[in-house]
Design a protein around this ligand. Structure first.
Ligand code: RIB
Ligand code: CA
Length: 321
């Protein structure tokens, strides 16, 4: 991987999407941020992306994308992320509107103007699927797609993870596209938890960004601990998809064929990962990240927050209560 890979982050902030943005701001050339409906409706995820972008003090453009899945109805996750999609902290107003309301055009135009970009989707895959369908040549122009989604078990259903469940048809297009693909699924991300000790490390960093992110993670972890029997904090899913690009040595992985169920009544959105030891299995289409050095990974997150927070957010961003 290059020293600072160039990426476009496609997200649905979302508490863990916010952490992904911090890591991307610290360790990548963040060419742009595109938003999709997911954890909250599109207007909210776009507003949240603008707010976090501003708090990071970076100038990456935010382009608003798809308000709903390709075929199915949109579903949000207020029970996890709150009604705003980013509940739990005092947040400033966004500094302005998104750069455009056509994220797909931004994805296509930017990837055609510049080869070797990574697409890092951390929400439903609607924007990415539309871009690949509109411009099939992208799959050979990009460095790859590093997505958060899927797994051998679910969180929205017994077998389906939310991002893939929310738009399984889009996910199927992405997994079948033939682009270089990495997948951080729940098997990995559930072992990457925002424990109280880790949140305390973030809160001890100077500056407003650290305080806001610690408050957000407190809210996010309370939701997870309240909903799970044995979790000690929220699974911080989305930064894993960025770290897979910027810090590959943190991971173990395996090349597998992965397909997405789009029609099952009970299995909609299931990622079917073929782990059979048979010569006849389909050729791999995805690098499945199977484990992460969680302590080292959280060290990267804490350092990124410390660095960006010390840089300071714009002083004039007032707080809304
Ligand atoms: O299932 C977890 C994923 O769904 C994360 O990306 C979270 O932000 C939500 O989008
Ligand atoms: Ca997300």
């Amino acid at each position: 991987m290059p020293e600072r890979p160039a990426i476009i982050l496609d997200c649905d902030p979302g508490h863990d999407d916010a952490i992904a943005m911090v890591v991307a701001a610290r360790h990548t050339e963040l060419v742009g941020i595109t938003t999709v409906a997911g954890n909250a409706p599109l207007a909210r995820t776009t507003r949240n992306a603008l707010i976090i972008r501003d708090l990071l003090g970076i100038d990456a453009p935010v382009h608003q994308g798809s308000a709903r899945p390709l075929l199915l109805e949109a579903h949000a996750a207020p029970e996890v992320h709150g009604a705003t999609g980013l509940d739990g902290a005092d947040l400033p107003e966004p500094s302005g509107p998104p750069a455009s309301t056509d994220a797909v055009a931004f994805l296509v135009d930017t990837c055609r103007a510049r080869e070797g970009l990574w697409l890092v989707p951390t929400g439903p895959l609607t924007n990415i699927a539309l871009a690949l369908r509109q411009a099939p040549d992208l799959r050979r122009r990009i460095a790859g797609i590093s997505l958060m989604g899927g797994g051998t078990f679910g969180n929205w259903s017994p077998v389906a993870e939310f991002n893939v469940w929310a738009d399984p048809h889009a996910a199927a297009i992405v997994f079948d596209a033939g682009a270089p693909l990495m997948m951080c699924g729940l098997d990995l991300t559930h072992r990457f938890q925002a424990t109280a000790e880790r949140i305390d490390r973030i809160r001890s960093a100077p500056g407003r960004l650290a305080a806001v992110l610690a408050d957000l993670l407190d809210f996010f972890s309370a939701a997870y601990i309240g909903r799970h029997h044995h979790m000690e904090g929220a699974a911080v899913h989305d930064p894993c998809a960025v770290l897979a690009v910027t810090h590959p040595a943190l991971f173990e992985s395996e090349e597998r064929h992965v397909a997405v169920e789009t029609t099952g009544q009970l299995t909609r959105g299931m990622t079917v990962i073929d782990r059979r030891d048979l010569r006849s299995v389909p050729p791999p289409n995805c690098r499945v990240m199977t484990s992460i050095d969680a302590d080292a990974g959280f060290d990267v997150i804490v350092e990124a927050i410390r660095t960006r927070s010390a840089a300071g957010a714009p002083a004039d961003a007032e707080v809304v209560r």
